[in-house]
Every structure is written in structure tokens, then in C-alpha cells.
Design a protein around this ligand. Structure first.
Ligand SMILES: Cc1ncc(COP(=O)(O)O)c(C=O)c1O
Length: 485
């Protein structure tokens, strides 16, 4: 999919490009080239998009065409731009980085390791009673074969009720239970994405989502989120849909992983309308929707704006309840659910009945469990932010209004180096590039606040020491990455 950035769009992304550090020392063309490289490295300007013609960008930035020409020349020389006479110039990165087709590795069972690679809480105390109660229910199912490709009816009803209570009337026939949200995504991609089909994702985004897309040979394009409060740039996001007309877009509007952004209602409405007009189906990942923090009010679900079955919502129990349950779901039209169930029969047939019964019991107690989780997460988030402010004050964080992660902007492109060094000090990290394509996002680090407060403080202390050492030692080592979730 070739997508083009207009002069006015690039000018907006560049912002105060000529006020960047070093401006006094470097000429305008070099400052402009550096700013474009920065946008590429941060994943805000996607790779493989056509930049505006020199004249157009010169007009938009109110500078001379010679300056733009020289900047483009420098970008070509550094391997950030490929040009063909008469056809234009495309963004690229030096070298050939690619997304790994598998995002998962087996975590080691090192108990002293503080694992900040995983953004998920330990099980709530209500889990064990729910599991006991589920075994009492099991006899009702033992007379049948136990295969329920769309899920047991009690759980489908409970999940449908949850959507209805959020303002999106939903029937059990519109729900299919899966083995986690990741499984839901994979099944939806199997059904809806032809090999090589185009998919638009946010940058940064959830790494295992990228792994699913890579496994289905998706042609991935990105919408770069800003690091400030806004997150999505509506005009650019909708512009990418109109230009690229991807088959699918995979988006995380509620407390986006990793940035924690929340998409406003007005953009949800425009997103669904635009997706419909260009023929794009939206996969909306609602993994974190139950976890608004402070008094954040949730906008209506994205699917509430859908009149044409363009939106497939996926979600699950892992973030508010427990990842070890492996219960997720898809909300779609009833015919789509039937097609998904047919596709599933060739994969894993059905989800375990007992686990689904545990989920039913947990959902019956949802208000109390989720309120506890939100209190716990709010306290841990605040501890993490305070610890960062005290020990690593050069790092910038925007306080997320929900979810379980911070997206820290570091004091340099050091994320991978920091992650490698931190492992030696007993802290496992998910460095920024894991959340993007092609080795971008080295200036960012995802920090989950899912560990207990004391562990978070300890981890930040170790990170501060590692950061200090990093300037003094060069350690060109490679280590096997661990699981990220
Ligand atoms: C955005 C997002 N989607 C999906 C998943 C996978 O969730 P599950 O454990 O339900 O498969 C995660 C887990 O980290 C996630 O953050």
C-alpha cells in the first residue's frame, strides 16, 4: 500500500523543527533532515510512505525549495529516503530491520527477576473461590460432548450483558468465546485477511498483535501516535485510511498498549464512518476497557457507531482478571460469529468448559473485582511515576488515564541497550522497538505498573543505576528476549 503524506500533514508532524537542539550549529536543511529522521525513528512518520514533492513541502514550511532539496538529498545519503526520478521519494530506514514473525519466547523462571516485560496483574483473591464454584457447576455439562465452538451459553450471555451495560446492545449470538484476546485476533485475521492484505496499525502497538499480523503475511502500515495527551491525530489517521484503503485496521482505543491513550468519542465516530466509506474493517482491541483510572469517563464503545458490521470488537479476561484463565471473546454480527466458529474448528475446536465456568463466576462478581483492580493500579501507577520523577527525572511520562502501562520517553535512543544492561541487574524490560516496525522507537520504553509498589520502586532504583552505567560502558551483547504481554 503506497500512502502519501501531504505537505501540510508533514509540516504539522514536524512542528517546531527548526527549534530543535543543534539548530544554531547546523544549517536549515540539516535541521529539517534531522527532524524527519526523528519522526521516522519515533514511528510517527511511517516507513514506505511518499513524502511531499519538494515544492509542496517548501510552501507548507515557508522555506526555500533549495533547503528542502538539500534535506531530501541528505536523507537519501543517510538511507532514510529512496527516490525515483519522476515518481517521488519514499521513507525508509538504513539497514533491513523486520518484525519478528513470532513475538513470544519462554520466560525463564528466575524468581529474583523483576519482570517489567509483562503488563498483567497476578490473579485476584476472588479467583480461587470462582474456580471452586465452577467445579460445582461442571456436572451440568458432563452429559454432553463438551465442544462449544462459540462458547458455553452462560458465558456468552454474561459477555453480551457487559456490552449492553456499556451502551452497546448485544445478543449472545454475537459473542464467540476464545482462548484469550490473542486467539481472538488470530481467528479474526484468519477469517478476514487475505494473504498479503493491508492492515493499518498504531505505532507503537501491541507486539504480539504485530506478530499475529506478520504470521498472516499482512502488509502493515502505521499511524504514528503522538507522545502528548492527544495520541491519535484524527486527520492523519483518517487520511491514511482514505489513501491506503487497507483491508483491516487493528486499533486499541481504550488505554492503548503501550501508551495508555484513550480515543475520544468524536474520533471513534469519524473513524467508523471513514472505515465504512473506504471498505476497511476495524478490529478494535478492548483488552483494557475495564480499567479506567481516576475518574476517567469512558466514551461509547467504537462499535456503538457501527451500522454496517464494519467493527469487530475483541476483548478478554486477562487484564482485569487473570491472564492464566485464557478467556477472551469476539463481538461481531451473528453471521460473522458463525463463520469464525467454522474457522475455529480447524484450529482448536473450542475453549475449555471449566475455564469458561470460572469466567462466568468472576463476571458475576465483576463490579467488586474490577473496583479493587482499579484501586490497586492507581496506587501502583502513582508510585511508579513518583519513583521515576525522583530517580530518572530526565525521562518524560504522560500520566495514563487507564490501563496498566506508562510509555516513557527516554533521554536518548537507548531503549534496547538499557534493556540488555537491565537484565544483568535483575530487571526485565520490553524496549521501545518491540512495539514498532523496523527498529524504530529506541527513545521509548514501556513500563507496566502491574507489580507490587515495593517491586516498582526497587526496579526503578536498579534502572537508574543501569542508566548511569550505560554512559560509561559499552556492552555489545545479545540476549534472548523474554515474553512480552
Ligand atoms: C492490546 C492487547 N491485546 C491482546 C492481548 C492478549 O491478551 P490475552 O491474554 O487475552 O490473549 C494483550 C496482552 O497483553 C494486549 O495488551
Amino acid at each position: 500500500m503506497t500512502s502519501q503524506v501531504r505537505g501540510s500533514q508533514l509540516a504539522r508532524l514536524l512542528g517546531q523543527w527548526h527549534a530543535l537542539p543543534g539548530r544554531r550549529r547546523s544549517p536549515d536543511y540539516a535541521a529539517l533532515a534531522a527532524a524527519v529522521r526523528g519522526l521516522l525513528a519515533d514511528g510517527r512518520l511511517p516507513l514506505g510512505v511518499r513524502l511531499p514533492a519538494e515544492r509542496e513541502l517548501a510552501d507548507a514550511l515557508r522555506i526555500s525549495r533549495t533547503t528542502v532539496s538539500a534535506a531530501y538529498r541528505q536523507l537519501r545519503e543517510t538511507g532514510h529516503l529512496a527516490s525515483r526520478r519522476g515518481a517521488g521519494s519514499w521513507t525508509m530506514l538504513p539497514g533491513t530491520h523486520r518484525v519478528a514473525s513470532s513475538g513470544l519466547w519462554t520466560p525463564s523462571d528466575d524468581r529474583d527477576m523483576l519482570d517489567l516485560g509483562i503488563a498483567a496483574l497476578a490473579a485476584p483473591p476472588q479467583l480461587l473461590p470462582a474456580a471452586r464454584a465452577a467445579t460445582e457447576d461442571l456436572p451440568r455439562y458432563l452429559g454432553g460432548a463438551g465442544y462449544h465452538p462459540t462458547g458455553i451459553i452462560e458465558l456468552r450471555e454474561a459477555v453480551a450483558r457487559g456490552y449492553t451495560e456499556r451502551g452497546l446492545p448485544t445478543r449472545a449470538e454475537q459473542i464467540m468465546v476464545t482462548s484469550g484476546t490473542q486467539h481472538a485476533l488470530d481467528l479474526v485475521l484468519r477469517l478476514m485477511l487475505p494473504p498479503g492484505g493491508g492492515v493499518l496499525v498504531e505505532s507503537p502497538t501491541y507486539p504480539n498483535g504485530l506478530a499475529s499480523l506478520a504470521a498472516r503475511r499482512a502488509r502493515i502500515t502505521t499511524h504514528g501516535l503522538s507522545t502528548d495527551d492527544a495520541g491519535w491525530d484524527g486527520e492523519l489517521l483518517l487520511g491514511s485510511l482514505r489513501q491506503g484503503r487497507p483491508k483491516l485496521a487493528y486499533l486499541i482505543p481504550e488505554f492503548h498498549n503501550p501508551t495508555g491513550h484513550l480515543m475520544p468519542a468524536e474520533l471513534r465516530e469519524r473513524l467508523v464512518a471513514t472505515a465504512h466509506s473506504v471498505g476497511t474493517d476495524l478490529i478494535i482491541d478492548e483488552s483494557f476497557v475495564d480499567l479506567p483510572l481516576d475518574d476517567t469517563v469512558l466514551p461509547p464503545p467504537t462499535a456503538a457507531y457501527d451500522r454496517h458490521s464494519r467493527v469487530i470488537s475483541i476483548g478478554g479476561m486477562s487484564k482485569p482478571y487473570w491472564g492464566g484463565l485464557r478467556i477472551g471473546w469476539v463481538r461481531a454480527s451473528a453471521p460473522q460469529v458463525q463463520r469464525l466458529a467454522a474457522a475455529r474448528v480447524g484450529v482448536d475446536m473450542a475453549s475449555p468448559v471449566l475455564d469458561q465456568l470460572v469466567a462466568v463466576h468472576l463476571l458475576a462478581d465483576a463490579p467488586a473485582i474490577v473496583a479493587d483492580r482499579r484501586r490497586q493500579l492507581t496506587a501502583q501507577r502513582d508510585v511508579l511515576i513518583d519513583a521515576l520523577a525522583a530517580r530518572l527525572p530526565e525521562w518524560r511520562v504522560t500520566v495514563p488515564r487507564g490501563g496498566v502501562t506508562l510509555w516513557a520517553e527516554l533521554d536518548g535512543p537507548i531503549s534496547s541497550a538499557l534493556a540488555r544492561a537491565a537484565e544483568d541487574e535483575g530487571v526485565r524490560l520490553a524496549p521501545g522497538p518491540r512495539f514498532g516496525l523496523d527498529g524504530t522507537l529506541e527513545r521509548f520504553l514501556r513500563l507496566p505498573f502491574t507489580l507490587p509498589a515495593a517491586d516498582l520502586v526497587e526496579a526503578v532504583g536498579r534502572l537508574a543505576a543501569v542508566r548511569y552505567d550505560l554512559d560509561r560502558a559499552v556492552r555489545p551483547q545479545w540476549r534472548e528476549p523474554a515474553v512480552i504481554a
